[in-house]
Design a protein around this ligand. Structure first.
Ligand code: NAP
Length: 286
């Protein structure tokens, strides 16, 4: 008998739909308000991976009819200088969303920098205020990867309510907020991290697994509960996720591929949230 294979959660197609919708909204704002929605991208230093990520986000902006304005700062930038630069962008009425590319360098207080972004322009969902909104259910932007994961779950009609969701990883931009969003959807959430004991047995209890570790093929199929929904947010060298895809696919009911699962949803969410930010800013004076 052939082995059962999980259904793929296609982030590429869903992201395209979201970007098309974003492009329509951007065109309407430009036509009706004569304002081109603008995302400021801020990069400290010249880390090649960060340069590539920022360039990719700028290109997607262009394709969706958004303007991007790039601020390149030297690696020697201090926390105070970065906070100042973000303050200037926050006060600039021509900028509707701000993305500070992570990581910013060990000598910079990243939390202070993130919190220098005006919450209404925090389209990447990195400020403490946005985190509080994700945790407490108030108004605010979701971190883009967690927000993209929730959009994927919604699209594939996965209702987390009552599910045991296990999140492996607790970073401020990914693991922690995705767990908060799942809790907000009434999942029973367990966080795992580098101090977790018996990881395999916790993973094997998951109805919904989110892998956000940054270690290639770290979670193997035999640890996955048959029928589980598996979200692989990991992205490692060689296009490899945190979940061993071939073995996991024989156990899960739904699974995100890498690439083509969570990754495209992150940028699509960033662009959609830039329009979400621009609309009230451009119509506030009417
Ligand atoms: P991170 O900041 O390095 O966090 C990794 C997390 O994994 C930490 O919470 C760490 O625990 C935990 N961890 C490390 N070793 C572990 C172990 N042996 N057992 C259990 N947990 C362990 O990474 P990140 O920024 O969240 O990114 C995670 C992955 O997602 C990476 O592959 C990254 O490339 C990918 N990512 C993808 C997107 C996308 O758009 N697709 C966006 C962002 C990130 P401690 O807290 O105890 O150290």
């Amino acid at each position: 008998m052939p082995t059962a294979q999980a259904q793929l959660m296609n982030g590429t197609d869903l992201a395209r739909t979201l970007i098309d919708d974003t492009a329509r909204r951007a065109a309407a704002l430009t036509r009706d308000q004569h304002v081109v929605p603008t995302l400021a991208t801020v990069l400290v230093g010249d880390d090649p991976a960060s340069v590539t990520y920022v360039r990719m986000k700028q290109k997607r902006c262009e394709r969706a009819g958004l303007r991007s304005e790039h601020v390149a700062l030297p690696a020697s930038t201090s926390t105070a200088q970065l906070v100042d630069a973000l303050g200037v962008l926050s006060a600039d009425p021509g900028i509707h969303g701000i993305l500070l590319q992570h990581p910013v360098g060990d000598h910079i207080d990243e939390r202070a920098a993130f919190d220098a972004i005006a919450p209404e322009k925090d389209v990447d969902g990195v400020t403490s205020q946005s985190f509080a909104a994700m945790a407490l259910g108030g108004n605010g932007f979701a971190s883009c990867t967690p927000g993209g994961i929730i959009r994927l779950l919604d699209h594939y009609a996965v209702d987390p309510a009552g599910m045991h969701a296990v999140v492996v990883g607790r970073s401020p931009i990914l693991g922690r907020p995705v767990g908060m969003l799942l809790l907000g959807r009434n999942a029973t959430v367990t966080y795992c991290h580098s101090h977790t004991r018996n990881l395999g047995s916790i993973v094997s209890a998951a109805d919904l697994l989110v892998a956000a570790v940054g270690k290639p093929n770290f979670i193997v199929g035999e640890d996955i509960k048959p029928g589980a929904v598996v979200i692989d947010a990991g992205y490692n060298a060689g296009n490899i996720g945190d979940v061993e895809f071939s073995s996991a696919r024989t156990r899960a009911s739904l699974i995100t591929p890498v690439p083509g699962g969570v990754g495209p949803m992150t940028i699509a969410t960033l662009l959609a949230q830039t329009i979400d930010a621009a609309e009230p800013q451009t119509t506030a004076g009417e």
